[in-house]
Design a protein around this ligand. Sequence first.
Ligand code: MRU
Length: 350
Amino acid sequence: MSTPRTLEWHGETDGYLRLIDQTLLPNQLEYRDCRTVEEVWEAIRSLRVRGAPAIGIAAAFGVVIGLQRLPERGRGAFQQRLREVSGYLRTSRPTAVNLFWALDRMESCVTGRTETQSPEQLHRRLLQEARAIHDEDLAMCRRIGEIGAALIGPGQGVLTHCNAGALATSDYGTALAVMFVAREQGREFSVFADETRPLLQGARLTAWELQQRGIPCTLICDNMAAQVMKEGKVQLVVVGADRIAANGDTANKIGTYGVALLAQAHGIPFYVAAPSSTFDLSLANGDGIPIEQRDPREVTHGFGRQTAPEGIAVYNPAFDVTPARLIAGIITEKGLIRPVEEAAIRALLG
Ligand code: MRU
């Protein structure tokens, strides 16, 4: 059984982007139609669409939407508007490199054509590229699942953090794709899903997805992971990634670094699953990865109820960086990088 499509483009160049509003899950499965670039920006910023690959896909279609009504005609207007729209979408969230990767692709697919082709031709080319980004992500996720599935042994307990599933991508996901394919291959295992404070992507999204696909899942609060590991219930950790530096240092949802340290302390292999679009080889290591800081109210007023005193100081980084030395391997659509070393990463990604 599969979950509904995270994102869907409806129509041709004058179409719109339909996405699952993930802020409403698991209580309501509702779709939101984005018909302006501002709506796409807002959907990314407010996590209606989230997860590194899904953010990149949404932004690519956002470019198509942003070019629908050119404010002025004439030579150069298309290119100028493209730069504006892309620049605007780049400000939606800073950490997932897939956003910038997708926007770079959108800009460069029309580079060198703006003088010779009509705005209509260029617009069609942009839609073609956005669709390619979407379709390629589907194939990459499936391949990650096929490559990583062998890591899950029969009867094992697998722990994951945040949501790196179908909802975070075009379909299948990355970390969850590994589980979905292992299940398709007939292996029985169970998953521990960290609830993932403060926005509960693990509880709201991962638990929902695994339940939909019939994979046994036990939800735990983030601070229970050490105890669950100590009790011998976890044999493998697989998480997703938002940006991976050239040396393998990996940014992912806040709390991932702590899980990696716990896994090391208990001798449990810790794997990252991510497509090649999540690597940022321009960064030597994780120190240069921009970490998104989010609204303090996500911590003090989670889901509408105040749970901390008025005026309390809050620190709310949305991501942390797990050093490569804690990562047993990185599962990509091109193969498994193990051990995690810069030379191996560069050799595989080219
Ligand atoms: O803030 P979010 O929900 O966008 O964070 C998502 C994650 O950290 C995921 O683990 C990551 O993007 C990988 S998704 C395949």
